[in-house]
Ligand binder design. Structure first.
Ligand code: NAI
Length: 248
C-alpha cells in the first residue's frame, strides 16, 4: 500500500529488535535502507542479508550515536553516497533499570547519552540533506514508559519523555521545510531488551494490556512505515502509540 521506492532510509540501532524490523518493513515497501549499528556487526550483516533475501536493498554502517563526531561525519556521508536521505528512524536505545536510590550517575548519563543526545545528534545531522531537498521524515522511537512512567525506570522514562518534547519542537521548527517529525511510543514489545524479564513479570504485564498480549517488532515497524510514507504527509508533531491499549 505505501510506496517508498526511490527513498533512502537510515535506521539507528538497526541490527536487531525493533530497529531491524523497521528496516525490513521500510525495505519491503521499496526504500533503500541503511542499518546503522554501534556494535554487533555480525547481527547487522545478518539483517542486511534478510532484507536482500526478501528482494529489498540494504547496507550496514557502523554508527555509535553517542559519538557526535562520528554522527556528524557518517550521516552526511550516507546522504552523499545515495544522493539523498529521506527518512531517519532514530531508534537506538538502551535501558538500565533500578530504583532511584540505587541509580548511579554514570547509568543516568549513559541512558541520556544514547536515548536522548544520540537521537538529537542523529536528527541534527540528517535534517540538513532533508532541508536541501525540502522534504523528509523523522521518526523517534519513544516509549509508553515516557508517557505513563514506570517504577524502576526513572532515567529511561526521562529520556523517552524528553523525546516527545524534541518531536514537537522539531515538528514546529521544520514544518515549513516539508519535513515531518513524529514519534512512535511502543508498549511492551518482545525483543532482547525485554527478554531479561521473567515469565512471571511478562504475565503480569500482559494482564495490564487490554489486547492481552505483548507486541511484536513487526507491529511497531508497520507504524514506522506509515509515518515514513507520503500518505502521512499531514501528520507532524504526533506520537503514535503501539501498545495494545496499555496506555490511552
Ligand atoms: P534492542 O536492545 O534489541 O535494540 C536496541 C538497538 O539500539 C540495538 O541495535 C543496539 O545495538 C542499539 N544501540 C544501543 N546503543 C547504541 C548506540 N550508542 N549507538 C547506536 N546504536 C545503539 O531493543 P529494542 O527493544 O529493539 O529497542 C529499540 C528501541 O525501542 C529503543 O529505543 C527502545 O528504548 C524502544 N522501545 C522498546 C520497547 C520494548 O518493549 N522492547 C518498548 C518501548 C520502546
Amino acid at each position: 500500500m505505501f510506496d517508498l521506492s526511490g527513498k533512502v532510509a537510515l535506521v539507528t540501532g538497526g541490527s536487531r529488535g525493533i530497529g531491524r524490523a523497521i528496516g525490513e518493513g521500510l525495505a519491503r515497501h521499496g526504500a533503500r535502507v541503511v542499518l546503522a549499528y554501534a556494535n554487533g556487526e555480525a547481527q547487522a550483516r545478518d539483517a542486511v542479508r534478510a532484507v536482500e533475501e526478501s528482494g529489498g536493498r540494504a547496507e550496514a554502517v557502523q554508527l555509535d550515536v553517542t559519538n557526535s563526531a562520528e554522527v556528524e561525519q557518517r550521516i552526511p556521508e550516507i546522504a552523499k553516497r545515495h544522493g539523498r536521505l529521506d527518512i531517519l528512524i532514530a531508534n537506538a536505545g538502551i535501558s538500565i533499570d533500578g530504583l532511584l536510590i540505587r541509580l548511579r550517575d554514570e547509568d543516568l548519563e549513559r541512558i541520556l547519552a544514547v536515548n536522548l543526545r544520540g537521537a538529537i545528534a542523529s536528527a541534527r545531522a540528517a535534517i540538513k540533506p532533508m532541508m536541501r531537498a525540502r522534504t523528509g521524515r523523522i521518526v523517534f522511537v519513544s516509549s509508553v514508559v515516557g508517557e505513563m512512567g514506570n517504577a524502576g525506570q526513572t532515567a529511561y522514562a526521562a529520556s523517552k519523555a524528553a523525546l516527545l518534547g524534541v518531536t514537537k519542537s522539531l515538528a514546529r521548527e521544520y514544518a515549513s521545510r516539508g519535513i515531518t517529525v513524529n514519534a512512535i511510543s511502543p508498549g511492551f514489545i518482545d525483543t532482547d531488551m525485554t527478554a531479561v524479564l521473567t515469565e512471571e513479570q511478562k504475565q503480569d504485564i500482559s494482564t495490564k494490556i487490554p489486547l492481552g498480549r505483548t507486541g511484536t517488532p513487526a507491529e511497531v515497524a508497520a507504524a514506522a512505515v506509515f509515518l515514513a510514507s507520503d500518505e502521512a504527509g499531514y501528520i507532524t508533531g504526533q506520537s503514535l502509540r503501539v501498545n495494545g491499549g496499555m496506555y490511552m
